[in-house]
Design a protein around this ligand. Structure first.
Ligand SMILES: CC(=O)N[C@H]1[C@H]([C@H](O)[C@H](O)CO)O[C@](OP(=O)(O)OC[C@H]2O[C@@H](n3ccc(N)nc3=O)[C@H](O)[C@@H]2O)(C(=O)O)C[C@@H]1O
Ligand SMILES: CC(=O)N[C@@H]1[C@@H](O[C@@H]2O[C@H](CO)[C@H](O)[C@H](O)[C@H]2O)[C@@H](O)[C@@H](CO)O[C@H]1O
Length: 316
């Protein structure tokens, strides 16, 4: 009788362990990872999984590590606020007074038009319902590449690597044609402001970064009357992008980056930093390409020749 009971206990323990280990594997390993049978490594992995399970009973994503699962860096955790909303939508378009005052000073706009009236007009023209990229409904692993415009991308041969991401985010005048092997050919989202606008392929989402009220009005006129053709430099009167493909960066989110991440340094965040922080809040895994100087310390774009290197060449 005692023997039968012991066997039952053993069977039960074995079944319990099997189910637990299988559910860990199913829950936490969406991507194929290299298996190592080093017992110490297995114990560390197992304890990490147990810790995560207690911390996040339902994981936010199925990547090996998800950005929103904090606990890797205190520095990062102290700055990251997952409740901040990167998009300005018709639902969250009421900008708090302090954020509005801060934003209004960015480019010292004289006599700005009423923001509420401008936003009402804007969301009368574009849908303003945010981006499906943000819908966290399906349990998956959203891998994003943020591609900056640095000349260090020349001969980098990152093209294939970049294109393997689910989302590829580019900015300003960044071209891909002719640079595919270094920067890839896929673009899902492109960040622009009126002064940096370039025509986009029909399947690309344009994310307008508004630095002033006029930038929001420009979107409206660029899709309708074509009346605005100058801000502080000439800007395109008309744009071909479909209104359903236009998304708007949230000024409140810009202020959050300036305060939490830039710690008030500089005037306001660069487009590169705005794009990176955006990705960190909507993606599960983020890889960054094309930021910083090249190996000689030059800060040119990858599509330009460096004039300081070769005075005979002007920037294209
Ligand atoms: C003259 C000027 O105003 N240049 C600015 C240009 C310009 O307005 C646009 O190219 C449109 O013509 O825009 C900027 O940026 P720019 O378009 O040059 O580059 C986008 C982002 O890529 C990163 N970068 C770029 C070049 C480089 N050598 N290293 C890098 O790390 C940066 O993160 C950068 O933000 C901008 O919007 O931030 C910043 C640049 O200072
Ligand atoms: C070279 C420069 O400082 N130009 C400024 C211009 O800055 C640029 O603004 C862009 C957004 O509109 C973007 O942030 C870019 O990175 C900046 O270089 C504006 O501040 C403009 C405002 O009138 O004044 C130009 O001299």
């Amino acid at each position: 009788m005692v023997v039968v009971r012991r066997r039952n206990v053993k069977m039960f323990t074995f079944a319990f362990l099997l189910i637990t280990v299988t559910s860990f594997l199913l829950n936490y390993t969406h991507q194929v990872t290299t298996t190592t049978w080093d017992p110490r490594h297995l114990v560390v992995q197992f304890s990490e999984h147990v810790q995560k399970l207690f911390k996040y009973p339902r994981r936010p994503c199925s990547c090996r590590t998800c950005i929103s699962e904090l606990g890797h860096s205190l520095w990062f955790d102290q700055r990251f606020n997952s409740t901040m909303q990167p998009f300005l939508t018709s639902q969250n378009a009421l900008i708090p007074e302090d954020s509005y005052r801060w934003w209004l000073k960015l480019q010292g706009e004289k006599a700005p038009r009423s923001l509420n009236a401008t936003l009402a007009e804007l969301f009368g023209v574009i849908p303003g319902d945010g981006d499906p990229l943000q819908a966290r409904g399906s349990f998956g692993c959203r891998r994003c590449a943020v591609v900056g415009n640095s000349g260090n991308l020349r001969q980098a041969r990152y093209g294939r690597d970049i294109d393997r991401h689910d989302f590829v985010l580019r900015m300003n005048r960044a071209p891909t044609a002719g640079y595919e092997s270094d920067v890839g050919s896929k673009t899902t989202h492109h960040f622009v402001y009126p002064e940096s606008y370039k025509e986009l392929a029909a399947n690309v989402s344009m994310i307008l970064i508004p630095f002033k009220t006029l930038d929001l009005r420009w979107v409206v006129t660029a899709l309708t009357t074509g009346t605005i053709n100058f801000t502080y430099v000439p800007v395109p009167r008309k744009i071909k992008v479909k209104k359903e493909k236009i998304l708007v960066y949230n000024p409140v989110f810009m202020k959050y980056i300036y305060e939490n991440w830039l710690e008030h340094h500089g005037r306001y965040p660069s487009t590169g930093l705005l794009s990176l922080m955006f990705a960190l809040h909507v993606c599960d895994e983020v890889n960054v390409y094309g930021f910083g100087a090249d190996s000689k310390g030059h800060w040119h774009h990858y599509w330009e020749n460096n004039t300081s290197d070769d005075p005979g060449h002007r920037d294209k």
